[in-house]
Design a protein around this ligand. Structure first.
Ligand SMILES: *[C@@H]1O[C@H](CO)[C@@H](O)[C@H](O)[C@H]1NC(C)=O
Ligand SMILES: *[C@@H]1O[C@H](CO)[C@@H](O)[C@H](O)[C@H]1NC(C)=O
Ligand SMILES: *[C@@H]1O[C@H](CO)[C@@H](O)[C@H](O)[C@H]1NC(C)=O
Ligand SMILES: *[C@@H]1O[C@H](CO)[C@@H](O)[C@H](O)[C@H]1NC(C)=O
Ligand SMILES: *[C@@H]1O[C@H](CO)[C@@H](O)[C@H](O)[C@H]1NC(C)=O
Ligand SMILES: *[C@@H]1O[C@H](CO)[C@@H](O)[C@H](O)[C@H]1NC(C)=O
Length: 854
């Protein structure tokens, strides 16, 4: 199956999510590319409980079975109790090494299930005489210590990544004989096992290389019962109930919960193949009644799993699906492996964007040296944060414990585990299944540490949100290693994994990206209106171009918006990079673009002069923040009226940071770069000399001011030639001082001349030929504030030539005054956090000074 088909299948799964909740729906069935179901020692066939037909190995082609000395054994079970025993009527007995070879159509992970049921056949007592090893692809899967129990069925399940065209299973007797009753070799979905997992136990960091490893299923548990048989599993797995593994079950610390299977909302993060509805629709949770009737008592629910051989690493997969809560938020609990806290104050709702009943899973690897005494214990416990008000909220839906073959002490290769990594936890940073994310978190974190020169001790609630171009490319889905150079470090302001939104959530939010929801379309792709599960209205921008530039812009936007937070910058709510998607989710700006309120959209009434000035002031604040909030200015590079958005109160915010760039370092005076931006807004200096500075944004903003003034398109090819380019045409009139000739006639009569002149002057300065002649964004901001004040102040106010003087009457004037009084010692270059008060004061003091000089 080519990857695209794979993708398509998943898409279908998502689209039909509610339908497929009943796992039996045929369209959701996994169709394995390789599907060998063999019963051994016979030429007959048999049907198992799941309705699958097993064919006798006597019918395999001669090349498939190399068994020079083998015996076909017949159990002749009189008490054959139906299907359950159908696979165990016969066995093939080997008295010398032998092997099965299966041709593999599609490389990738496969289940290898070996069925053993010892019985007596003629002189062979299988239970007594059998001692053997099983090798798969040359590696030991079953070692000589395995002794089958009389009359008991044992199914040993492995998953192995087959890279070549065939799979060889070899049996070598170490005692008198070897035998096997049935064999399954079945393809698995490629993304079932990720390459990486967070380390649990005494080692910290990221465990890598899982995708190349074979795994042996040691325990597979359906928390909250019942047993799930192959017939009820999407991949013919068996899940056992947890009851018998629970410690202190007499204390009634735990209770079972169950919902209808139809309540489960699968997403591409955890699909029906990850675990069937039977697993997610039941859970074991901390009891709120039972032994501990009072809330605020901290306790754990613990399970102990035996039969854990020493000398191997173990992969533990926790399945979570909140079917126990009434509200989606406010729930947190701890998860332990042994004595180690692996999920600290785990908030399920952060992984599911506050949606209940969404399956999620988390992988951890427990290193061999932490596996002692033949047991692994796992606990869920009350959160230790906010001790005064903890409720026993912990729950668990499923748990898989898999031995990592060939790991650590087990022999073959040394573990690739990154043991050098210092004490920090990335656990919990990745939504389950986001293997790439984990790998990248690791890389990103390392880069961050290197950059900062000192590693963080602990980042338990990870502030990293890794992202990489390669995560978008279909080829490198499972490889985090290659993407080193592309990794962006996010999250100084805490853009955590919670910002990654599952695709299914966005599909639901936008009615499946329906055309009716489209509210805009640009070079990047379409923009949809959507509503998140918690009712937050959002704008969902979905990338359609899969070009390198598009990917870069996507990354830049996430990086910029997660670093830059300001009330005049459109805020990023989340993003989705699953399945090659490039989706950005923003706060919804109800009134759309500034442009649409100026011209082009005939049905919208023209904005008043005050509204226009307020919008410009808001946008200028946003840009000023970009230019000044960090040591290296950020240059937007695509300032235009369609990138300035208005919310329902007409407050303006700057959007679209795809082209933005960190500006000149202190020792440089400009960034030289390929010219990008929008025609009609381009700074001529930048255009000619590829010199990018903040003043390029100032130029573009000047063009926006002209749009506001004239309410016409920046480039209008339908007009006479001298009028086509707004900047050229308007500047001619402005230089002549005839702003009245170009002002929007619809509102011209409402504008006070001084205010109009102030804006026209500001626009003219912004459009100065050379960057050095243009004002800073801070200067522009002040001029606009002043233009607004000139418009709204009552005629009696003493406003003399550009400077407001006491007495002051309007709120605006008062604001400027009060700011001025605290402004004098505020440096412009200060690292401004929020800017509304601070920046204005800085701006004001600077303006006062420069005005004084003149
Ligand atoms: C096993 O023995 C039973 C009766 O003893 C017979 O009916 C059946 O065909 C035999 N099966 C094989 C595979 O020899
Ligand atoms: C296994 O059970 C069979 C019959 O149930 C019996 O004949 C045989 O002796 C048993 N073998 C062992 C090792 O207990
Ligand atoms: C199988 O291993 C190969 C090579 O190690 C790797 O490229 C591939 O992604 C793996 N496949 C799966 C499904 O893990
Ligand atoms: C398991 O499957 C059978 C039929 O295949 C169905 O009757 C039964 O309800 C299923 N059980 C669960 C727990 O889904
Ligand atoms: C829960 O188990 C962990 C790990 O064994 C332990 O550190 C913690 O103290 C336990 N909490 C309670 C309340 O018993
Ligand atoms: C492992 O579990 C068994 C019971 O299943 C118990 O007897 C044994 O003491 C446990 N080992 C350790 C180290 O706890």
């Amino acid at each position: 199956m080519p990857p695209h088909l794979d993708l398509l299948l998943l898409w279908l799964l998502v689209v039909s999510a509610p339908v497929l909740a009943s796992a039996a729906t045929p369209s959701t069935a996994f169709v394995p590319a390789d599907n060998y179901l063999v019963i051994c020692g016979t030429s007959g066939s048999a049907t198992d409980t799941a309705g699958r037909t097993f064919v006798g190995d006597g019918r395999l082609p001669a090349s498939a079975l190399a068994a020079p000395q083998s015996v076909e054994a017949n159990a002749s079970l009189s008490s054959s109790n139906g299907d359950e025993q159908a696979l165990y009527q016969s066995a093939r007995i080997f008295t010398a090494p032998a092997s099965y070879t299966f041709a593999i159509k599609k490389p990738g992970r496969h289940f290898v299930r070996l069925h053993f049921f010892p019985f007596r056949y003629q002189s062979y007592d299988l239970a007594a005489a059998a001692a053997f090893k099983v090798f798969v692809q040359g590696a030991v899967f079953v070692d000589g210590s395995y002794t089958p129990k009389n009359g008991t069925v044992v199914v040993k399940e492995f998953s192995v990544n087959v890279t070549g065209g065939s799979l060889v299973i070899a049996f070598t007797p170490t005692g008198k004989l070897a035998f096997v009753n049935a064999i399954e070799v079945v393809s698995l979905p490629d993304d079932l096992i990720a390459d990486t997992a967070a380390m649990a136990g005494s080692a910290r960091g990221l465990y890598t290389g899982l995708s190349a490893r074979a795994l042996e299923t040691v325990h597979r548990i359906n928390m909250g019962a019942p047993k799930i048989t192959p017939a009820n599993d999407t991949l013919w797995r068996t899940w056992l109930p947890d009851q018998s593994f629970q410690l202190d079950s007499s204390l009634a610390l735990a209770e079972h919960k169950e919902v209808l299977p139809s309540a489960i909302k699968y997403t591409p993060v955890a699909t029906p193949w990850t675990a069937p509805v039977g697993v997610y629709a039941t859970a074991t949770k901390q009891s709120t009644s039972g032994g501990t009737s009072t809330i605020n008592v901290q306790f754990n629910v613990t399970w102990r799993f035996g039969a854990v051989a020493a000398g191997s690493d173990y992969l533990l997969r926790f399945h979570f699906c909140d079917i126990v809560s009434k509200a989606a938020t406010g729930l947190a609990f701890n998860v332990y492996v042994g004595a180690w806290l692996v999920l600290d104050n785990y908030e399920y709702s952060r992984d599911t964007i506050n949606t209940l009943a969404v399956p999620v899973y988390k992988d951890f690897v427990l290193g061999a040296k932490d596996v002692k005494g033949g047991n692994i214990t796992v606990s869920i416990g009350s959160s230790t944060v906010g001790v005064s008000n903890v409720s026993p909220d912990g729950f668990l839906n499923g748990l898989e414990i898999m031995r990592v073959l060939g790991s650590a002490g087990a022999g073959a290769e040394p573990s690739k585990r990154s043991s050098k990594v210092k004490t920090w936890i990335i656990a919990g940073s990745a939504v389950g299944g986001a293997a790439v994310a984990m790998a990248l978190a690791f890389i990103a974190f390392r880069m961050l540490c290197r950059k900062r020169g000192k590693p963080e001790k602990k980042a338990s609630n990870s502030t990293l949100s890794p992202f990489s171009a390669s995560a978008l490319g279909s080829r490198s889905r499972s490889s985090g290693k290659k993407s080193n150079g592309n990794t962006i470090v996010l999250g100084q302001n805490g853009l955590g994994a919670g910002y990654r939104i599952p695709l299914a959530v966005l599909q639901e939010a936008t009615s499946g990206f329906g055309e009716a929801m489209v509210i805009g379309e640009g070079g990047f792709g379409k923009v949809y209106k959507g509503t998140l599960p918690d009712e937050t209205p959002v704008a969902v921008k979905r990338g359609s171009r899969k070009t390198l530039q598009a990917m870069q812009e996507f990354r830049t936007e996430i990086e910029m918006l997660s670093r830059m937070r300001h009330r005049h910058l459109v805020s990023l709510i989340g993003y989705c990079d699953a399945r090659d998607e490039m989706i950005l989710v923003y706060e919804y700006m109800a009134m759309g673009t500034l442009r649409s309120h100026l011209y082009g959209a005939d049905d919208l009434p023209p904005l008043t002069w005050e509204q226009r000035l307020e919008a410009c002031i808001g946008a200028a604040r946003g840009l000023h923040y970009l230019h000044t909030s960090s040591a290296t200015a950020v240059i937007h590079r695509d300032v235009k009226s369609s990138n300035i958005l208005l919310d329902e109160t007409l407050m303006a915010k700057v959007a679209d940071f795809g082209l933005s760039k960190a500006g000149p370092e202190l020792d440089k005076t400009h960034v030289s770069t390929k010219v990008k931006g929008s025609f009609g807004y381009l700074d001529p200096e930048y255009f000619r000399r590829q010199m990018l500075t903040e003043k390029s944004d100032v130029y573009s903003f000047g063009v926006v001011l002209l749009e506001v003034l004239c309410a016409r398109a920046v480039i209008d090819p339908t007009l006479p030639r001298e009028m086509v380019n707004l900047a050229e045409w308007a500047m001619q009139w402005l230089k002549k001082g005839e702003v009245d000739r170009i002002v929007d006639q619809r509102i011209a009569g409402t504008i006070r001349p001084q205010s109009l002149k102030k804006l026209a002057d500001t626009a003219e300065k912004c459009l100065a030929e050379y960057g050095v002649e243009r004002p800073t964004m801070g200067d522009v901001l002040w001029c606009l504030e002043f233009a607004l004040q000139l418009q709204v102040a009552s005629p009696d106010d003493s406003v003399i030539d550009g400077m407001p003087l006491a007495p002051v009457a309007t709120p605006q004037v008062q604001r400027i005054q009060s700011i001025a009084s605290v402004a004098t010692d505020t440096a412009m270059t200060a690292n401004l956090g929020d800017l509304d008060g601070m920046s204005m004061s800085g701006v004001f003091s600077k303006m006062v000074k420069s005005e004084e000089v003149r």
